[in-house]
Design a protein around this ligand. Structure first.
Ligand code: PLP
Length: 410
């Protein structure tokens, strides 16, 4: 491997592994060593690596037309908007190239909504532990002081409340009359795999209706089938006013979307928002193909089945582990919280178990396997995570009986 990354800004703490090829849930490094991918490029490659239909559509479209700009009509963009609206109950779409940009569009909609209502200093409710991106506005909405530190002054106009706590929302609603929108993830991914309860989301919907707030759901990580429904909020049977997508929408080809219905759908007028690359023919055709494949292969349903298998497997293998404080998840979003900082487990999982995992919030192992995993691969993830965690028991000077309990019961 080439050692020098000295001309790259040090924005990332990178693992010393470089992959050259993939297939489904498998990856191979420069030495030809095989790895099992339990993070899917952080919830992006849900159809697996090198999906033949995605590869073919990219090649075909690249040979026809990549980009014309939004000065012109773009047929694939209109088709993608139609498909996404049919799937979500939304009315209109705006396309961009990333999750942060999708949330920027949502935040701009909230500001326009406010000014229509003559609210001069609008406030948007956001959640503790929430994650919405790294631009200045989305970083300001993000509930993680560690990620915000050094970038002050942040943008004003956000009010933060604890997640999953409807009384906290009621309290700020009683005190603050300039709230115009709520921005929330149905499952907090970066925040440690925390699932919003269905009751909470329904009550939040009712409060938004009562006060005329826009309910804006950040489905960038939880959407596109990952939680076992097409979109995370569908478990609660609600419909948002605005929702944002990115990550798995292009299976690795960059694309983001901001969808809206009701008043929010008609807020932008020509010139008020835009993106040079957003909604180009290639990105939109890839996303249309991703939607077709997910529907045809029933991948949201598959994520529900595999996700249940993953959670039960993790419970059986690690439920009694002395250092595991919680195992949480919905569909193929799973978190294993430990009683200690465990960032070093990412490197150890690669080196010792040939397994790709991430650690979020310092103490939570996050698993986001591709939705096309086989049952045996899900079981294999459980086995490798259990093996990875067994020495932690020894570090903690636990007894031999506790060590023997680490063998997964599958
Ligand atoms: C990843 C993520 C984002 C940011 O997406 P980018 O494409 O990295 O800008 C925003 N919100 C959530 C919930 C995410 O998981």
């Amino acid at each position: 491997m080439k050692p020098a990354t000295s001309h790259l800004m040090r924005a990332y703490a990178r693992q010393p592994v470089s992959f050259v090829r993939g297939s489904g849930a498998l990856l191979w490094d420069e030495q030809g060593v095989e790895y099992l991918d339990a993070i899917a490029g952080v919830a992006v490659t849900s159809l697996g690596h090198a999906h033949p239909e995605i590869a073919a559509v990219i090649a075909e479209q690249a040979g026809m037309l990549l980009h014309t700009s939004n000065v012109f009509r773009i047929d694939w963009q209109e088709r993608l908007g139609e498909s996404l609206c049919a799937l979500t109950g939304m009315k209109r779409a705006f396309f961009c190239n990333s999750g942060a940009e999708a949330n920027e569009a949502a935040l701009k909609l909230a500001r326009l909504h406010a000014h229509r209502k003559q609210v001069a200093q609008p406030m948007i409710l956001v959640m503790e532990n929430g994650f919405h991106g790294r631009t200045i506005a989305t970083l300001s909405a993000t509930g993680n002081p560690a990620k915000q530190q050094g970038f002050e002054p942040l943008l004003p106009g956000f009010l933060r409340v604890p997640y999953n706590d409807i009384e906290a929302v009621r309290r700020v609603a009683a005190q603050e009359s300039d709230i115009v929108a709520v921005l929330i993830e149905p499952v907090q991914g970066e925040g440690g795999i925390r699932v919003a309860s269905a009751d909470y989301l329904r009550e939040l919907r009712a409060l938004c209706d009562q006060h005329g707030w826009l309910l804006m759901l950040d489905e960038i990580q939880a959407g596109m089938g990952r939680t076992g429904a097409w979109f995370g909020h569908q478990h609660a049977g609600i419909t948002p006013d605005v929702m944002t997508l990115a990550k798995a929408l292009g299976n690795g080809f960059p694309i983001g979307a901001c969808l809206a219905r009701g008043v929010a759908a008609d807020l932008f007028s020509p010139g008020q928002h835009g993106s040079t690359f957003g909604g180009n023919p290639l990105a939109c055709r890839v996303a249309c193909t991703v939607l077709d494949i997910m529907a045809r292969d029933r991948l949201p349903e598959r994520a529900a089945v595999l996700g249940a298998r993953l959670l039960v497997g993790l419970q059986n293998a690690l439920g009694d582990h002395p250092n595991v404080t919680a195992i949480r998840g919905q569909g193929l979003m799973a978190g294993i919280e430990l009683d200690r900082h465990c960032k070093e487990l990412v490197g150890r999982a690669l080196a010792e178990q040939r397994l790709l995992i991430t650690v979020t919030r310092d103490t939570t192992i996050r698993l986001l396997p591709p939705l096309v995993c086989g049952e045996a691969q899900i079981d294999d993830i459980v086995v490798r995570v259990a093996r990875l965690l067994s020495p932690i028991v020894l570090d903690g000077a636990a007894t031999a009986t506790e060590v023997t309990r680490q063998e997964p019961v599958l």
